[in-house]
Write a protein that binds this ligand. Structure first.
Ligand SMILES: *Cc1c(COP(=O)(O)O)cnc(C)c1O
Length: 390
């Protein structure tokens, strides 16, 4: 009997219970306590970020970011269609319209050369999504944004502890958003953070995060009572979740090293199949230091992908595909604007497969994944004409 290999499994550093117990035994479970503050300072110090505010999720961080942009009905925000729904929802909830552009075939990140053609007089912001923890072309994107007077919100949900030319992802745009969801590299069940990289945004970000009140200023003694001053919502995380998260963040590098080894194992083992044109593995450009969040392969066509996925699932291997492109979803189609034919997005979403990647996946398990892929693809290749993965 073979056992099941999941797509991902949260890493436990060993100190989580101790920190959660500490918070409880000190009676310090209220919001923005010591552990929440320590998580924020650790991220600020480690990644050279002016201000980090912890949030209950990356979705919440994206919503704060969209509120900070003061979007109005009819305003447009440019983003890839190949992303998770939260990127677009934040913009829609703030009253604006997502404008979808294509991704690059190598990194599956927003195609920076598609951005300028999508800009209209209603465009207010660009949201680059660092897919799989690999950096978007940030120099070009920041340059376009400056020339057109647009804000940049980095969706760095998958990119905690990843870098572009030495700068931490999330710290480059005007705002950056992190996720600590159970499926990400550093976890606390549900969690997130917003990097406020512009000092002039900090005060308002604090207010929005505290339900539209100046409570943060009150606790610093800057005002003598706190009251409702702006829009906002409940965007402060639970202290117990932060206690758990701190134990993870203290192991940033150890976790990354483990993931890197698995990523490199797959890359190396699948190289012969890539050389034969049976699949393609993701690219990490030289300017990018990845955090190895996702390992994905691209198959030659949707049929091969679906058959391989079925085969892996039969062998109890938790492979998966994503995303259903947002422009083709019922909501995205109704509410968004598609700036161009999204050829790469449509093609890769049909051909992509993610392989199990988590700290502690055993050598035997990884080998089983690779062997199942090899067996299936070589068998299929022998039966048909040699396909070529573009
Ligand atoms: C996971 C993810 C999110 C949402 O993060 P949550 O913390 O679950 O809200 C947003 N964008 C991208 C690209 C993601 O991968």
């Amino acid at each position: 009997m073979t056992h099941r290999i999941p797509l991902s499994r949260p890493f436990i550093s060993g100190k989580e219970l101790e920190y959660v117990t500490q918070a409880i035994s000190r009676g310090a479970t209220g919001s923005d306590g010591e552990f929440t503050r320590r998580c924020a300072s650790l991220l600020e110090d480690q990644f050279d970020i002016g201000k980090v505010l912890m949030t209950p999720s990356c979705t919440a961080a994206l919503e704060i970011a969209a509120m900070l942009c003061d979007l109005e009905p009819g305003d447009e925000v440019i983003m890839p269609s190949f992303t998770f729904v939260s990127t677009a929802n934040a913009v829609v909830r703030a009253g604006a319209r997502p404008v979808f552009v294509d991704v690059r075939p190598d990194t599956l990140n927003i195609n920076e050369s598609s951005i300028e053609d999508a800009i209209t007089e209603r465009t207010r912001a660009i949201i680059p999504v660092h897919y799989a923890g690999v950096a978007c072309e940030m120099d070009t994107i920041m340059d376009i944004a400056r020339r057109h007077g647009l804000l940049v919100i980095e969706d760095a949900a998958q990119a905690v502890n990843a870098f572009y030319k030495g700068q931490a992802l999330g710290s480059i745009g005007d705002l950056g958003c992190y996720s600590f969801h159970d499926t990400k590299n550093y976890v606390c069940g549900e969690g997130g953070a917003i990097c406020v990289n512009r000092p002039d945004f900090v005060e308002r970000a604090e207010i929005i995060r505290e339900k539209g009140t100046n409570r943060a200023q009150f606790f610093r003694g800057e005002v003598d009572k706190y009251t409702w001053v702006d829009i906002g919502s409940s965007f402060v995380p639970a202290e117990l979740a932060s206690a758990f998260l701190l134990a993870q963040l203290e192991q940033l590098e150890a976790i990354q090293t483990l993931r890197k080894e698995i990523h490199e194992f797959y890359t190396h083992q699948l190289q012969p199949l890539e050389a034969e044109g049976l699949l393609r593995v993701g690219r990490i450009p030289d300017h990018s230091d990845s955090n190895y969040h996702i390992f994905h392969i691209l198959l030659p066509d949707v049929g091969t992908r679906d058959n391989l996925l079925e085969k892996l699932r039969e062998d109890k291997i938790g492979a998966a595909f994503h995303y259903v492109p947002l422009h083709s979803s019922p909501m995205g189609n109704r509410i968004g604007r598609t700036a161009e034919r999204l050829r790469v997005t449509e093609s890769v979403s049909n051909r992509l497969l993610r392989l199990p990647l988590f700290c502690g996946i055993a050598e035997l398990e990884r080998t089983r994944v690779v062997e199942t892929i090899k067996e299936h693809l070589c068998l299929t290749a022998r039966r048909t004409i040699q396909p070529k993965a573009a």
